[in-house]
Design a protein. Sequence first.
Length: 121
Amino acid sequence: MKRPLPVTILGCLFIVVGLVGLAYHLSQRPLDRWVALVSFIRVLAFLGGVFLLKGRTWARWLVLVWLAFRVGLSAFQSRSNCLAHGVLLLAVAYFLVTPPDSQYFQAWPSGVKDATKQVFS
């Protein structure tokens, strides 16, 4: 199946967000005690974007959990920031969970399903 445009856009967006955020945090505070955790969280965004483009179903859940985490963090910053991240979470969830875009994500390639049926039947 051809990759839907919203999935392509979201995948690229998360790749950019992960890389830019990682570069920013490493350049601003390379010796901060939280830099390892923040870097890990940014790498998760990057990996989520890469594997969204590859159609991995777990990647869409990673991206949604990452965004939900951002909503939680932004709740400690300001209401408007939390609201913006919440709206973004809802929009991304709409595209990644509802058809036709959700049909792009398959847990198993069709060849694996067929092989599994042959082994276990």
